[in-house]
Write a protein that binds this ligand. Structure first.
Ligand code: FES
Length: 102
């Protein structure tokens, strides 16, 4: 099973590690295990569920048209070398390390 490591947002929090079922949506797999990531539409349009991929970007499904379009609208708010994905659209096929973006 792929592993998802969610990096802590602040020094008083700890990184959290989850095992997820391969081929499933990242958001759904974490929610099933009790981690509710920031979200809105759950359809790839609002960008509320944006995350940064710190490791393993190649282990996610390729972004579809809706996800790519949404990311193109929000990515100017971040450093150009950040790999941004939407947790409600990205399917996990292997180990990844992520951080929640604000
Ligand atoms: S929750 Fe709206 S894009 Fe993911």
């Amino acid at each position: 099973m792929p592993t998802v490591l969610v990096k802590a947002l602040s020094p008083n929090e700890k990184d959290q590690k989850y095992e997820v079922e391969a081929g499933r949506l990242l958001y759904d797999e974490l929610e099933r295990q009790g981690l509710i990531l920031p979200h809105g539409c759950l359809a790839g349009s609002c960008g509320s569920c944006r995350i940064e991929i710190l490791e393993g970007a190649e282990n996610l499904s390729n972004p579809g048209a809706v996800e790519s379009d949404t990311i193109s609208h929000i990515k100017s708010n971040y450093s150009p070398n950040k790999i941004i994905r939407l947790s409600c659209r990205a399917k996990v096929n292997g180990d990844i390390v992520i951080s929640v973006l604000k």
